[in-house]
Ligand binder design. Structure first.
Ligand code: SF4
Length: 355
């Protein structure tokens, strides 16, 4: 069975009437004509989709079989400044994959299946006007030297979203004609359909990578790391800018060797053209107590790696969540070591930012 068929076997679609009336909503419903269609007043509160936190089989089934189609109401591009200048209004949220450390807000309960927004024309129009208002980028920054970068994958994985609707392709086509701006999204899934979209350098795909052994345990339902690496040259050749997202960096007893191996694997796989345009971002693991407790119920082995009170400190957020990160003064040392290893293994790879 193809990976795409394993990820998504949609049998029930929850749809807001306003979304069903839009052309994109109709196209999505027509993709799965055999699915039960359930009308919902809002894509937010659908109790049967919450899933039981401790029952992984149940929520993975929800991820695979359920799809929500709604209308994105608030359209705003939030200033960011780290991986992108702006976070674009999402065209989807939720994910069919199930990484153990996933920070994508679990608005729809633990299972967090994909919600796709049907008002793509409104979203595209908003973005086009927003880009026009920025004018030309005069000062280079860590996001990009010349283009305003818009991240469209903060709440979902766009390569998987592209299996559900044409929203992502529509935005790639839009940005092709916006020379002062660039689209960007991080992904852990290789969707080769994207290779025919002709992005003409205006879309940056950031393949997320971590050492293979860890990814096999933590990146549940994603494309294997070796396959993600193997896709990079093809994406560059197809007109994408391709960066890598080294994240999350997790401290294990052998983390230095594991990352050195990954850098060597990447170096051996990349074409000259891919190396020439490569850049990376580095993000160390943050975790939280709530997620830790949920994970103990289905994936305790992952928690042996993610939850390390001996190395981590807790910082309470304003909404009361206990967020966990590596102890600040130790982390500085890990970060320096990581950057040293990356410079040795991938000397041509600019690090856009690391934290
Ligand atoms: S692929 Fe991204 S959005 Fe999906 S579960 Fe993994 S970390 Fe979360």
């Amino acid at each position: 069975m193809l990976q795409a068929d394993k990820l998504l076997q949609i049998s029930r679609i929850y749809v807001e009437p306003a979304a069903a009336a839009l052309p994109r909503g109709q196209e999505i419903l027509a993709r799965w004509p055999q699915a039960d269609v359930v009308e919902v007043a809002s894509h937010w509160r659908i109790p049967e989709l919450s899933g039981d936190e401790a029952n992984v089989n149940r929520w993975v089934r929800i991820k695979t079989e359920a799809l929500v189609v709604g209308v994105k109401k608030s359209l705003t591009a939030k200033p960011n400044g780290r991986s992108a200048d702006f976070i674009a209004p999402s065209t989807a949220n939720g994910c069919a994959m199930a990484c153990a450390y996933c920070y994508v807000p679990r608005h729809k309960g633990y299972s967090n299946p994909i919600t796709v927004f049907a008002n793509i024309e409104e979203i595209s129009g908003y973005l086009e006007r927003h880009v026009a208002r920025q004018g030309i980028k005069l000062e280079p920054n860590q996001c990009d030297d010349t283009a305003w970068v818009y991240d469209i994958g903060e709440n979902s994985d766009c390569s998987v979203d592209a299996l559900v609707s044409d929203n992502v392709q529509d935005l790639v086509s839009l940005y092709r004609d916006l020379p002062t701006a660039k689209l960007s999204f991080a992904t852990k899934y290789v969707n080769r359909d994207l290779l025919s979209w002709d992005p003409r350098g205006q879309t940056r795909v950031r393949f997320s990578l971590m050492p293979e052994k860890l990814a096999r345990m933590l990146d549940v339902r994603t494309t294997p790391v070796a396959e993600r690496i193997a896709a990079i040259n093809d994406f560059v050749e197809a007109g994408y800018e391709v960066h890598v997202n080294f994240s999350p960096v997790i401290i294990t007893p052998h983390w230095q060797e594991e990352w050195q191996e990954l850098f060597a694997q990447l170096d051996a796989a990349l074409s000259t053209a891919a190396k020439r345009q490569l850049a990376a971002e580095v993000i160390f693991l943050t975790h939280n107590q709530q997620l830790h407790e949920v994970n103990l119920g289905w994936h305790p082995l992952a928690e042996e790696i993610l939850w390390r009170p001996d190395l981590q400190e807790i910082k309470r957020s304003q909404n009361g969540f206990a967020n966990v990160r590596y102890i600040a003064y130790e982390k500085r040392g890990y970060l320096d070591e990581f950057l040293r290893l990356a410079a040795a293994g991938l000397p041509y790879c600019r690090i856009r930012y690391a934290f």
